[in-house]
Design a protein around this ligand. Structure first.
Ligand code: HEC
Ligand code: HEC
Length: 304
């Protein structure tokens, strides 16, 4: 290898002076534009190191003079949001139903906050817009198991149904079939009687003789909870049997299954999850879905 710099005859470019077996290396200069961009990136990197978090250190990292941190930014944002919303949640938690009814700003806030929380925590069971699902009651209608006033709904949310909360709403329909309390014949008879009581009678055409036999059984076994005429009892969460709305389905077979199994669905308690303002917002949102009842003096127990 020789080391002579000279000008290449063909391209007019200088050679580096390196030569391998007669092949000489041209020393073509880098294009100007490329060089400038290259220098600019170096300058930008140095500026970035100075301004932003960049280099790891044994005890952390260089913070940069801007003191930028995504984590502290997010928590500052959340703080600001809480601070902005806090007074509204506070106001909502303190307000009576009548005060909310007279305050459009509070209503709008409750509706928006309730809808957001509903989507995250309730929709999985109760469906979009409170449409319900088998075993999970429709919230958008005016049929209530435990009560449909703002206070009733809020109480249900706070303590849950058959939940782990010490004050949970609680009642258990016996599993008449599974636990052998009634025979299959008796269950078939009482099912016909329930159908005859209900608004499903036109749809399902109950067997008159069986319903007559079931009537006595019903008064003996069922009326304590569901009422002598099937009006239901909110004090024990026994649904009305006189309408045509069914928690576990309204086919003859489905009604009979509930008498056999007495399922006892569980609604979690939300008292420890949400602050009082959020609970109030949720209750307001559910109350507004369609079937909310006026607050007082809605009777807790329908009279027969
Ligand atoms: C794990 C499923 C589940 C989740 C999640 C759930 N629920 Fe429920 N909810 C139920 C069940 C089951 C019942 C019916 C209990 C019964 O048999 O009385 C119920 C009952 C209710 C009732 C009483 C209805 C009535 O007719 O009296 C209200 C109100 C209610 N839920 C609202 C909510 C709200 C609001 C949320 C979200 C914070 C929610 N639920 C989340 C399962 C759930
Ligand atoms: C201790 C109270 C209690 C007694 C007694 C009871 N039930 Fe129930 N019943 C309930 C409760 C609570 C539910 C709500 C469903 C659930 O969560 O299990 C229910 C639900 C039902 C349903 C479904 C209603 C719907 O809307 O989907 C039918 C049907 C029913 N009961 C029939 C009967 C019959 C028939 C008897 C008597 C043989 C009876 N029940 C006795 C408490 C009772």
């Amino acid at each position: 290898m020789t080391d002579r710099r000279e000008r290449d005859q063909h391209s007019g470019t200088e050679t580096t002076g390196h030569e391998w077996d007669g092949v000489r290396e041209l020393d073509t200069p880098l294009p100007r534009w490329w060089l400038y961009i290259f220098y600019a990136t170096i300058v930008a990197a140095v500026v970035y190191w100075v301004l932003m978090p960049a280099w790891p250190l044994p005890n952390g990292y260089t913070k940069g003079v801007l003191n930028w941190s995504d984590r502290s930014n997010v928590s500052a944002d959340i703080h600001a949001l809480r601070a902005a919303r806090g007074p509204m949640f506070e106001r909502l938690a303190q307000a009576s139903a009548a005060q909310i009814a007279a305050d459009p700003e509070l209503q709008q806030f409750a509706r928006a906050a309730g809808e957001a929380v509903y989507g995250d925590y309730c929709r999985t069971c109760h469906g979009a817009g409170g449409a319900g699902a088998p075993g999970y009651p429709v919230l958008a209608d005016d049929v209530w198991i435990w009560g449909g006033s703002l206070a009733d709904i809020e109480h249900t949310l706070r303590v849950g149904v058959r939940s782990t909360h010490p004050e949970t709403r609680l009642s258990m329909m016996p599993a008449y079939g599974r636990d052998g309390l009634l025979s299959a014949h008796q269950i078939a008879d009482v099912t016909e009687y329930v159908i005859a009581l209900s608004a499903a009678r036109d749809r399902l055409d109950p067997n008159a003789a069986a319903a007559a036999r079931g009537g006595a059984l019903y008064q003996e076994q069922c009326s304590a909870c569901h009422g002598p005429a099937g009006a239901g009892d909110r004090a024990v969460g026994a649904p009305s049997l006189s309408d045509d709305v069914w928690l576990y389905g309204g086919k003859r077979e489905e009604i009979r299954r509930q008498v056999e199994l007495g399922r006892g669905g569980v609604m979690p308690s939300w008292a420890s999850r949400f602050d009082p303002g959020t609970l109030r917002a949720l209750a307001y949102y559910v109350h507004e879905m369609g079937g909310g009842e006026p607050d007082a003096p809605a009777p807790a127990t329908p009279t027969q």
